[in-house]
Design a protein around this ligand. Structure first.
Ligand SMILES: NC(=O)c1ccc[n+]([C@@H]2O[C@H](COP(=O)([O-])OP(=O)(O)OC[C@H]3O[C@@H](n4cnc5c(N)ncnc54)[C@H](O)[C@@H]3O)[C@@H](O)[C@H]2O)c1
Length: 251
């Protein structure tokens, strides 16, 4: 799919990896609708780059259906989803205060995994209505896993499980949607310099960068955006999760 024909909904695009992707897609000629629960940043980013913004909670059926309808009204169609909405926390399975808080666990799974599925399934209904291109294709869904899906660290049981769920979704969803001509991929980022990490002291960031094999630095959100764009454009990529991590293997 060429960028000039791309009509994308990008979740979590009020910040970080999603925002970088929205900027890169629009710069390459795509139409973008930003779905984020943060109305202030979402509106601001959308106005700055010429995207549409719809305040959305990815965990809510009604909220996502409303956003999908608004995106179709604004762009005429949806043929691309990039799921970047997500949260991270750290908590061990047991700790001084007792067991891992059950609600915290469920909240992470609900936003990161269930939310990504919610957006994918409702957007796929719209994608299936698109005219197929000469290769029989109608769209692509890209979700964001993490290297924690494969080598989660101490304190990451909930986060790693949510991300492993996303990695485990790529193949079966690609099979589910093959008849409709919709590809399904995931990106598993290593450590990226987004607002989440910009809050860390310089020395902590430098320490994190030392763990990266090569290049010894944190990922730049524009590098995530470049891979998302490549996945859209390269029609033979399907059913896989790509690590984007400078060969980082977390210990
Ligand atoms: N930054 C990294 O190093 C890194 C590494 C691996 C994976 N990831 C994953 O990439 C994704 C984006 O991360 P980021 O660093 O850009 O984070 P970020 O905090 O900068 O952006 C996340 C966005 O998601 C939105 N969001 C959160 N919950 C939502 C909900 N329920 N409904 C709608 N929007 C919601 C937030 O408002 C925010 O704008 C996340 O899924 C994260 O787990 C990030």
């Amino acid at each position: 799919m060429q960028m000039k024909d791309t009509a994308a909904i990008i979740t979590g695009a009020a910040s970080g990896l999603g925002e970088a992707t929205a900027r890169a897609f629009i710069a390459a000629g795509a139409q973008v609708t930003i779905l984020d629960r943060d109305a202030e940043r979402g509106e601001k980013t959308a106005a700055e780059i010429g995207a549409t913004f719809v305040q959305t909670d990815v965990t809510s059926e009604d909220s996502v259906q409303n956003a999908v309808n608004a995106a179709v009204a604004a762009m005429g169609k949806i043929n691309t989803v990039v799921n970047c909405a997500g949260i991270g926390t750290a908590e061990k399975t047991i700790h001084k205060a007792g067991a891992h808080n059950f609600e915290h666990y469920q909240r992470i799974i609900n936003i990161n995994l269930v939310g990504s599925f919610n957006v994918a399934r409702l957007a796929a209904v719209e994608m299936a209505k698109n005219d197929a291109d000469e290769d029989g294709q109608r769209g692509v869904i890209i979700s964001t896993a993490s290297v924690a899906a494969f080598d989660g660290q101490k304190g990451q049981v909930a986060y790693a499980a949510s991300k492993a769920g996303i990695a485990g979704t790529s193949l079966p969803m690609a099979r589910d949607l093959a008849r409709e001509g919709i590809r399904v991929m995931a990106i598993a980022p290593g450590i990226f310099l987004t607002p989440m990490l910009m809050g860390l002291p310089e020395e902590v960031r430098a320490e994190l960068a030392q763990d990266v094999t090569n290049p010894k630095r944190l990922g730049d959100p524009s590098e995530y955006a470049a891979l998302a764009k490549f996945i859209c454009e390269c029609g033979y990529l399907n059913g896989e999760t790509i690590r984007l991590d400078g060969a980082l293997r977390m210990r």
